[in-house]
Write a protein that binds this ligand. Sequence first.
Ligand code: AMP
Length: 302
Amino acid sequence: MSRTFLAIGECMVEMAPSGSGTYKMGFAGDTLNTAWYARKYLGNDWNVGYFTAVGTDQVSSEMLEFLQTANIDVSGIRRLDDRTLGLYLIQLKDGERSFAYWRSQSAARCLAADRQALEASLGQAGLIYFSGITLAILPADDRLTFLEALRAARKKGAQVAFDPNLRPRLWEDAETMRACVTEAAGVCDFVMPSFEDELTHFGDADPKASVERYLAAGAGAVVVKNGPEEVLCARQGALRAFQPRPVSTIVDTTAAGDSFNAAFLAEYLKSENLEAAVAAGAGLAGRVIQHRGALVECLESV
Ligand code: AMP
């Protein structure tokens, strides 16, 4: 198997308030978070890459530099003259955060428009990771192209992992979201949802119902995260539950699921041991939520 972990999706410009009406610029996105943590967790014998589309402007170049500084391979990323990065602004009011987005014309929406470029990148990967947000931002035809490219990569031996990360506001309607996510699950070796999303948007009664639904859709294995509750895993006909260690001081749950997925997959790629993979995922997520922000340098003792 190729030792390339390839995450696919959208990395946006983040403008976060830094006091007195000023904002600090950063880069953020669910699949980027997973690539960033996978890079920390996998050994040097693994290449970690990110696939998306960006502009040819300065801010896009800065984003690529940011990824390269994190040792993430950007060589497959497409650059488009007439587009740039999506952006969101975090606003604070009475201690509560709210988000304003400018992403409807982002370059990342074109990431599957060039089928050859997509297939060339996917063809190099041993593990391909994407999310429901990756699917949501694509035009309907490109979603089909994307799923076909995944099928082709899988035939060549790649494994595919997917976090449904259900965000109905990004989709044309909730019915389309549920249908596409279900179809995508059928081309995956690992489907890794968070139960809260599945309860809200699929109406699953409990994590076991989510497991059964994704297995019925054709997923190879299903790993259902559920905050501080048990992680439920189904693989090869066996259902197992693992209890994450309690975390007493939770500061910010941003990227809990993304970091869990990274460490889970990295550990599973190394050991093929489900219990060790869940322990790694929960261990990392448990550290991440004790700090502010999505990307936390907290791996010293993992
Ligand atoms: P979630 O996506 O919210 O279900 O969380 C992903 C993972 O983060 C969970 O499977 C846990 O490993 C970890 N996690 C999230 N919230 C908590 C919490 N309150 N206490 C301990 N671990 C948590």
